[in-house]
Ligand binder design. Structure first.
Ligand SMILES: Cc1cc2nc3c(=O)[nH]c(=O)nc-3n(C[C@H](O)[C@H](O)[C@H](O)COP(=O)(O)O)c2cc1C
Length: 329
């Protein structure tokens, strides 16, 4: 199993960091359903932003299964090093540096994947952060700045030299954002450049695809992002397939209902009722996107204002869809 510094992961399937998605309730759920490691939403390195409600929620690691991985984002080596120290003092056991995010807000301040253009600055950041903490430091990158500047392999070498413990590679350049097909070839090249564990990322949506990508790239594991939205059991499916070569049967609708209700309750508990009810809406639409009649239900669900109404609506939705399937059978 892949090792990240002193931590041996129970399996090679990791939840990718996603701002607005991989909050504490979702991380706990994904761990329970099989993820070998989960990475939280990026945390701004600027200490001036630390006291906002958003940052406070991102800094909360109550009952979080170990090792706790925190991703930091920013463009200033000293601020990032200080942020790493702060987060370790706050419970982080792995620090991940974000050089993979193309979001404008971040890139305007030359952070995230915008850093890939400046290898000297990348090196300075890696060295400062690694020397500032005693825990493993990992790095998440894209394959390069744009398709003419795929410097991912060089960045990977810099990372290894600087003491980075593992590398996650989203197989697109910064310029490609979320378009273009994922370049598993470049991930394969990067894996050949370094000895540290490399995790492949991008468009992995099924257990077979995870196994194929690992076999093709030689990667030590995979990061799953959007495919886990509304489908947190994808982790146990991938792990089962990697271990046995066999597909795990899809969860029955009673289990999906139970997982969704557990997720909603965790959102209400974590964010409070007002914010929890709002955040629940996008998760519910992801969970139900494959179900017939989901659009009409989504419209209705988004008008509900309390946890009780939301939970009751989910219960009724599953009961009705179960009854109509029984009826059709
Ligand atoms: C809503 C959303 C938020 C994201 N936030 C982050 C982030 O905070 N840090 C980061 O490194 N990548 C972030 N990403 C990128 C993902 O970690 C991942 O690299 C990307 O989605 C590709 O993987 P996938 O095809 O499995 O989704 C985000 C992606 C999405 C869709």
């Amino acid at each position: 199993m892949p090792k990240i510094g002193c931590y041996t992961l129970p399996n090679p399937v990791i939840l990718a960091p996603m701002a607005g998605v991989t909050d504490l309730p979702f991380r706990r759920l994904c761990r329970r359903l099989g993820a070998g490691l989960v990475v939280g939403e990026m945390v701004a390195s600027n200490p001036a932003l630390r006291h906002t409600r958003k940052s406070q929620l991102r800094l909360d690691h109550r009952d979080e299964p170990e090792p706790i991985a925190v991703q930091i984002v920013g463009g200033d080596p000293h601020m990032l090093a200080e942020s790493a120290r702060f987060n370790v003092a706050n419970g982080a056991q792995i620090i991940d540096i974000n050089m993979g995010c193309p979001a404008k807000k971040v890139c305007n301040k030359a952070a995230g994947s915008a850093l890939l253009r400046d290898e000297k600055l990348v090196n300075e950041i890696l060295l400062r952060v690694v020397e500032s903490v005693d825990v493993p430091v990992t790095l998440k990158i894209r394959t390069g700045w744009d398709t003419d500047n795929r410097n991912g392999p060089r960045i990977a070498e810099l990372a290894q030299k600087a003491g980075i413990a593992s590398l996650a590679v989203h197989g697109r350049t910064r310029a490609c954002r979320y378009q273009n097909t994922v370049e598993y070839d470049t991930i394969k090249t990067i894996k050949q450049y370094v000895d540290i564990p490399v995790f492949a990322n991008g468009d992995i949506t099924s257990a077979e695809k995870a196994a194929d990508v690992m076999a093709y790239t030689g990667a030590d594991g995979v990061l799953i992002g959007r495919a886990a939205q509304g489908r947190p059991w994808i982790f146990r499916e991938i792990v089962h397939y990697l271990n046995t070569g066999k597909q795990l049967t899809a969860p029955p609708s009673a289990e999906i209902e139970a997982i969704l209700l557990e997720h909603l309750q965790a959102l209400y508990d974590f964010y409070g009722e007002l914010m929890g009810v709002r955040i629940a809406r996008k998760h519910v639409s992801w969970y139900l996107q494959e179900q017939p009649d989901h659009l009409a239900f989504r419209h209705y669900f988004n008008g509900l204002q309390s946890p009780q109404e939301q939970s009751q609506a989910i219960h009724t939705f599953f009961k009705d869809s179960f009854n109509s399937k029984e009826h059709a059978a």
